[in-house]
Design a protein around this ligand. Structure first.
Ligand code: G3D
Ligand code: MG
Length: 183
């Protein structure tokens, strides 16, 4: 273990089949260390990254399963969460429309008024099937930022592809930076 270590508890949220598990697995593929265990309704992974020399960041990643599970169980996964990667599928409008309710659930269950969110417009490799414009995603984050600015929270948006690996590393790094700024 290095001296300066940060521990980030984060959750992956978004509708089923948007790519949450693929993103997590893609990210862990490049990690130095990982552990994984299946639990009821969620996967949990730990990964350590050294973004700067002598400074390691430990991510505890909760990947909430898509299937409907009891609220009380979901609530437990969110508790103490410091930030979230909110994923939607750029080829499926409905997954974008549901993003606001995911943010509400995150705030409600994490026990915090506002925590950093990085919105991921995933499956960006499927260009011809794209149905959600980045302008709409940008606008969503702009409005979110108006609500969270007073808490010192800034949210971001990135186009990602778990298939090509586009921005996967950046997504986790950006969220880590946002959490460090907030806490
Ligand atoms: P989830 O964890 O959010 O439920 P998964 O989503 O990670 O299980 O992904 C659902 C499906 O979408 C998977 O396909 C997966 O391969 C695919 N997928 C995830 N991310 C991307 C991406 O960036 N680009 C493309 N083209 N596909 C992606 P299957 O066929 O296994 O169901
Ligand atoms: Mg999954």
């Amino acid at each position: 273990m290095n001296q300066s270590e940060f521990i980030f508890k984060i959750t992956l949220i978004g509708d089923g089949a948007v790519g949450k598990t693929s993103i997590r697995q893609r990210y862990m593929g490049h990690g130095f260390k990982e552990s994984h265990l299946m639990t009821l309704g969620a996967d949990f992974s730990v990964i350590e990254k050294e973004f700067r020399k002598g400074e390691s960041w430990l991510y505890q990643i909760w990947d909430i399963a898509g299937q409907k599970i009891f609220e009380s169980i979901r609530a437990r996964f969110y508790k103490g969460s410091m930030g979230a990667l909110l994923v939607f599928d750029v080829t499926d409008k409905q997954t974008f429309r549901n993003c606001l309710s995911w943010v509400r659930e995150l705030y409600r269950f994490s026990g915090s008024d506002a925590i950093p969110v990085v919105l991921l417009a995933n499956k960006s490799d499927l260009r011809s099937r794209r149905s959600v414009d980045m302008k709409r995603a940008d606008k969503f984050v702009r409005i979110l930022n108006e609500g969270t600015a007073s808490y010192g929270v800034t949210n971001y948006v990135l186009e990602t592809s778990a298939k090509t690996g586009q921005n996967i590393e950046s997504a986790f790094k950006l969220l880590g930076e946002a959490i460090r700024t907030r806490f």
